[in-house]
Design a protein around this ligand. Structure first.
Ligand SMILES: O=P(O)(O)OC[C@H]1O[C@](O)(COP(=O)(O)O)[C@@H](O)[C@@H]1O
Ligand SMILES: [Mg+2]
Ligand SMILES: [Mg+2]
Length: 335
């Protein structure tokens, strides 16, 4: 079983990362297979613990974490950081790379047969374990995700554009289908968990109010909303047809910096999106220029079509009375 179908697929990967990428792709194929068989002889959605963030761990969270970590033994990976592990694991003292991973993203959807995924980030290893990860996303050697959906795809950037691979189930290998993925600069779709509306900061409320007001509001046109509760699936939709995703900070306890984790969720997705021409910010500043202070640090996260992300930043720059006022007053944003 070859993770990549031909040399074309492998040659698109920098030489120093080919082995690790092959290992990640091989595990992803096994995870996809296991998901496809879920419920036949194992309950992948069964609760089996709590991670450091207090999130309930499902069986598949733990299984996938174990599979990825084990597969990196004997590779060039020195340090392994995971959503499912409190501290960094030293895989190979002599390694030169550091891998951070969300082994299973969108866990709340495991038993619903909606798309879920894996998010991965590869940095150069530093002498200290944590220092290898507490750095800006602009230091990434690679960032990407695998989506387990009707198709299994891998979308990855090595800092020079974004590539899309599809798993061909006939040959059990990933095939490179798009070496230069592009995110549409604009779109009429937004994705946000609207049940948190009352907790959002004013600029986010104002932006969503103006979208929801449609043709009667300052934007003068209608918008459509999606929310899958699977970051990978939202990213893949945006890669495919544009749109914007928002998980802002909010006033709930524990959501002061939003929900999503910088090191193994936001930074790699931001790399993939920005290398495809999209935008990725915390609402005001680029994600890739920030430095997390903790391994599991969270950050507000807004990404997608560049014009939409820029517009949301502009809402953050509005004077206080503009975001407090009724939408009709935001004449600045008539388009
Ligand atoms: O349930 P909420 O608050 O809408 O959050 C959904 C978000 O949480 C996540 O499921 C967090 O990821 P995990 O499943 O890896 O913990 C994202 O995929 C998704 O965008
Ligand atoms: Mg996640
Ligand atoms: Mg996860």
């Amino acid at each position: 079983m070859k993770p990549f179908s031909t040399t074309k697929e492998t040659d698109a990967i920098p030489a120093g990362l080919q082995d690790v990428m092959g290992r990640l792709a091989s595990v992803a194929m096994q995870v996809a297979h296991r998901i496809a068989r879920g419920g036949i002889d194992e309950d992948l959605a069964g609760l089996c613990g709590t991670n450091t963030d207090g999130d309930g761990q499902k069986a598949l969270d733990v299984i996938a974490d174990d599979m990825f970590c084990t597969a990196l033994e004997g590779s060039a990976v020195r340090f392994y950081a995971s959503e499912e592990q409190e501290t960094v694991v030293t895989v190979n003292e002599g390694g030169t790379l550091a891998v951070a991973i969300d082994p299973l993203d969108g866990s709340s959807n495991i038993d619903t047969n909606l798309s879920i995924g894996t998010i991965f980030a590869i940095y150069p290893a530093e002498a200290e374990a944590e220092a290898s990860f507490l750095r800006p996303g602009s230091d990434l050697l690679a960032g990407g995700y695998v989506i387990y959906g009707p198709q299994t795809c891998m979308v990855v950037s090595f800092g020079r554009g974004t590539l899309k691979y599809v798993l061909d189930p006939d040959i059990n290998s990933f095939v490179l289908v798009d070496p230069a993925v592009k995110v549409k600069p604009t779109s009429t779709e937004f994705a946000i968990n609207a049940s948190n509306y009352r907790h959002w900061p004013k600029p986010i409320r104002a932006y969503i109010d103006d979208c929801v007001a449609g043709t009667e509001g300052p934007r003068g046109r209608n918008f459509n909303m999606r929310w899958l509760a699977s970051l990978v699936a939202e990213a893949h939709r945006i890669i495919s047809r544009g749109g914007v995703f928002l998980y802002p900070r909010d006033s709930r306890k524990g959501y002061e910096n939003g929900r999503l984790r910088y090191v193994y969720e936001c930074a790699p997705i931001a790399l993939v999106i920005t290398q495809a021409g999209g935008g990725a910010t915390d609402g005001e500043n680029p994600i890739l220029s920030q430095t997390p202070s903790l391994l599991h640090a969270r950050t507000p996260f807004i990404f997608g079509s560049s014009e939409k992300v820029a517009r949301i930043t502009a809402y953050h720059d509005l004077p206080e009375q503009e975001t407090s006022a009724l939408f009709g007053n935001r004449g600045l944003f008539r388009s």
